[in-house]
Design a protein around this ligand. Structure first.
Ligand code: TXA
Ligand code: MG
Length: 350
């Protein structure tokens, strides 16, 4: 299949391209598009054939449900039932934006879209290209992240083309994703609202809006082991870099000296990478040192994480050391993704 590629400026969106893309969705085809979190791989959410195509293009198990993207709050009443006042409060404060909510689904949403579940995940993205595409489609767009299953989520049009060229109808490139990690998922079908996946919208921000909210025990445990997570996508083997990834946690000086020592004593022939910060990147003499951003700016670290992991894969690095990023705000989400990528290998140093 030939994949049509268009680069768009989100401040001056070419209406002819959006019209063409909307037409592709209406006839059951697939369009990858930018969102503020990561790129999505979109198809008509109410068309079970389109959902089937999404799973095939990603090489993803079809019991892993898709997020349905909407462009106005009224759409909620058409695809979900039992919408609580708490959900409306969250929608009012965080939509459009990087928050996904789980509801009981309406009958019109096919089980192919929800991976066989009676619930549906819904999000209104903030990216203007995404919103224009949803409107042009005349409906709702089911979209997982636009990566091949097992690869990091794409944060640029280039990443999407690496994974999807030849597999889907169209790619809309809107530049770099502003957040760079997938949306926060909160389950409102539970008695106590439950965060199934941490993201830019933190537990504290949600609690400020609707009161007591908890993490799915699997997220907390994820920093350890066990307990099946409720978001089916969180249970699959997650992205793991081709090289072995080890996280090193502790005081900065101890971390730097531990990693330096590992580099100095590494086996002949290993290609070593380091995920370092603006503050530390000049202290390492590894083959590949990636400056992921300032340790003082977690949002910058979040934005760069998936690009850095993809770069290491492209360069066939065999062993990667990463500093840890424990702090406030989005660092819960950063560590959630990093720990999965490392297969839980964390070394504490002091
Ligand atoms: O930021 C995002 O959410 C991006 C952009 C494109 O919007 N999308 C995204 O989709 O990350 P995906 O498919 O890569 O991850 C969706 C996650 C999976 O872990 C899936 O299991 C979970 O959401 N999910 C979807 N529907 C669900 C449901 N009804 N109940 C529980 N978990 C659900
Ligand atoms: Mg994904």
């Amino acid at each position: 299949m030939k994949t049509d590629y268009y680069s768009l400026d989100e401040n001056h969106i070419d209406p002819a391209v959006i019209e063409k893309a909307g037409e592709v969705i209406r006839r059951g085809g697939l369009v990858a598009f930018p969102t503020e979190t990561v790129y999505g791989l979109g198809g008509d959410a109410l068309n079970h054939t389109a959902s089937g195509r999404i799973y095939a293009a990603k090489g993803r198990p079809s019991d892993n449900p898709l997020i349905v993207h909407i462009a106005d709050t009224e759409a909620l009443n058409r695809i979900a039932v039992g919408i609580s006042p708490a959900a409306l409060k969250l929608a009012k404060r965080f939509w459009p934006g990087p928050l996904t909510m789980i509801f009981q689904k309406a009958d019109c949403v096919p089980k192919e879209t929800t991976g066989g579940l009676d619930t549906v995940a819904i999000r209104m993205p903030a990216n203007p290209i995404a919103l224009a595409l949803i409107r042009a489609s005349g409906g709702y767009i089911a979209a997982p992240s636009a990566n091949l299953s097992g690869r990091p989520s794409p944060t640029s049009g280039r990443h999407v083309m690496q994974d999807m060229d030849g597999r889907i109808d169209m790619v809309l490139d809107g530049g770099e994703a502003k957040i760079g990690l997938e949306s926060t998922i909160v389950d409102l079908t539970e008695e106590v609202p439950t965060i199934l996946r941490p993201g830019y919208i933190s537990l504290a921000m949600i609690e400020e809006t609707i009161g007591r909210t908890v993490y799915d025990p699997a997220i907390l445990k994820d920093t350890q082991t066990g307990t099946a997570p409720k978001a089916p996508g969180m249970k699959y083997k997650h992205y793991a870099p081709k090289g072995e990834l080890i996280i090193v946690n502790g005081e900065r000086e101890a971390v730097v000296s531990y990693i330096r020592e590992q580099i100095a004593t590494a086996k002949e022939g290993s290609r070593i990478g380091v995920i370092a910060t603006e503050e530390t990147c000049r202290l390492y003499a590894a083959d590949f040192v990636e400056n992921i951003g300032s340790a003082k700016d977690e949002e910058e670290v979040a934005r760069n994480l998936y690009r850095v992991l993809r770069d290491f894969d492209d360069r066939q690095v065999t062993l990667i050391y990463s500093e840890a990023f424990y702090g406030g705000g989005i660092s819960v989400a950063i560590m959630n993704r990093l720990i999965k990528a490392a297969g839980h290998k964390i070394i504490e140093v002091s």
